[in-house]
Design a protein around this ligand. Structure first.
Ligand SMILES: *Cc1c(COP(=O)(O)O)cnc(C)c1O
Length: 393
């Protein structure tokens, strides 16, 4: 067997179909609205740093202090020698923030979803998941061996008929709170109601809702006032909170269960303590500075209104994730390249990540963007989209 040839062939296929991936966006600065990308000053509309905190001096100082005090690595897993006071403090703060009894840290949002779903479900479960759920949810379900029932995006009719037809007694409904490609919000009140009727557990992945939605930025569950109806709230420390890590908030019983059964929690080295210190400081700032959330909401609404006025389709965006639907993959790539030449970065998203014909530029705004930044964007975007015939000139 020629393994090198095998890998090369498979890569050639990707190149031929336009799906080859590379890490050729290289940053050399903080990820603020103006970042140095491939040595060029670039206006960024692709970061998940929703609250504009990734270069906040107070968070950097908290991290540096913890680095000085505890060193660079945690030196062990949480169940052996890697549990620091800062991990426990962060867990109790996150639990309080989310309005739950307890919380468990993971090393990323990805491993939180993977380890949680695979620990809870097994082959006598059915997991009902939105078709647009994040890959880490899908992977967790596949790893669990449970039956996977994917319902049409946000379709409560489809979810109900699937719940109705399923004969497994153990059921989990899992959804993104905010969908990462359309920026729309899951109908959580209806999902919780169906869960009650069919005696199913509910899990919400709130990666994009945290710090952005709800009172005090507590997320999509608090946006709908449903903290007593959602069994498991998953969050990440890598978006609104500008660090790295993931967590699950829920009851004492659920969190104790996960601590004992979740393999991606058990068999890995704990997050370095300074990461926990940064996350704690960021949480304090998010609670103390609601202007970040309100500025972000106002700027997002403003930009969406302007985009719609000039004729763009922004799907059902209700958040700082604003898709500009461009259609065919070729046009999407072309438009993104023209904008980059003008010093504006917006990620282009193409099938199979989104449905065929639904290619898009996926704009994300942060609290550190200004109206001046969005005016620059509007100017260049309408210019190039007009030239490409995407909107009327
Ligand atoms: C980013 C993201 C994750 C993964 O979180 P990481 O901390 O980046 O691993 C999971 N779910 C959703 C919906 C996400 O957007």
């Amino acid at each position: 067997m020629d393994y090198n040839g095998y890998f090369k062939d498979r890569s050639r296929n990707l190149i031929a179909t336009g799906h080859y991936r590379e890490t050729h966006m290289v940053l050399d600065s903080v990820t603020g609205p103006w970042a140095t990308v491939n040595s060029t000053r670039t206006l960024m509309f692709g970061s998940n740093d929703y609250l504009g905190l990734s270069a906040d001096r107070r968070i950097i100082e908290a991290g540096v202090q913890a680095l000085e005090r505890y060193g660079t690595g945690s030196g062990g897993s949480r169940l052996t020698t890697g549990s620091f006071s800062l991990h426990h403090e962060l867990e109790s703060r996150l639990a309080r923030y989310k309005g739950t009894e307890a919380c468990l840290l993971f090393n990323s949002g990805y491993t939180a979803n993977l380890g949680t779903i695979s620990a809870i479900c097994s082959k006598d479960w059915t997991v009902f998941g939105d078709r647009f759920n994040h890959a880490s949810i899908v992977d967790g379900i596949l790893l669990s061996g449970a039956r996977l029932s994917r319902y049409r995006h946000n379709s409560m009719e489809d979810l109900e008929s699937r719940l109705d037809a399923d004969e497994n007694t153990m059921k989990l409904i899992v959804t993104d709170g905010v969908f990462s490609m359309d920026g729309d919000i899951a109908p959580l009140p209806q999902i919780c109601q169906l869960a009650r009727s069919y005696n199913a557990l509910v899990m919400v992945d709130d990666a994009h809702g945290m710090g952005v939605l709800g009172a005090d930025g507590m997320g999509s569950v608090s946006h709908f006032n449903l903290k007593d109806s959602v069994d498991l709230q998953m969050g990440t420390l890598s978006k609104g909170i500008p660090a790295v890590g993931g967590f699950i908030s829920g009851s004492h019983t659920t969190v104790d269960y996960l601590r004992n059964h979740s393999r991606s929690f058990i068999y890995t080295t704990a997050l370095p303590p300074h990461v926990a210190a940064c996350a704690i400081r960021a949480l304090e700032i998010i609670e103390a500075e609601p202007w970040r959330r309100s500025h972000l909401a106002e700027l997002s609404l403003h930009l969406k209104t302007r985009l719609i006025q000039v004729g763009f389709d922004v799907a059902d965006s209700q958040t700082p994730i604003i898709p500009v639907i461009t259609g065919e993959a070729g046009i999407t790539t072309r438009l993104a390249a023209l904008l980059l030449e003008d010093g504006i970065f917006i990620p282009s998203i193409r099938p199979p990540t989104v449905p065929k014909g639904k290619g898009r530029l996926r704009i994300t705004l942060t609290a550190s963007h200004t109206q001046e930044d969005t005016e620059i964007l509007m100017d260049r975007l309408t210019h190039h989209a007009g030239a490409l015939g995407l909107i009327a000139r």
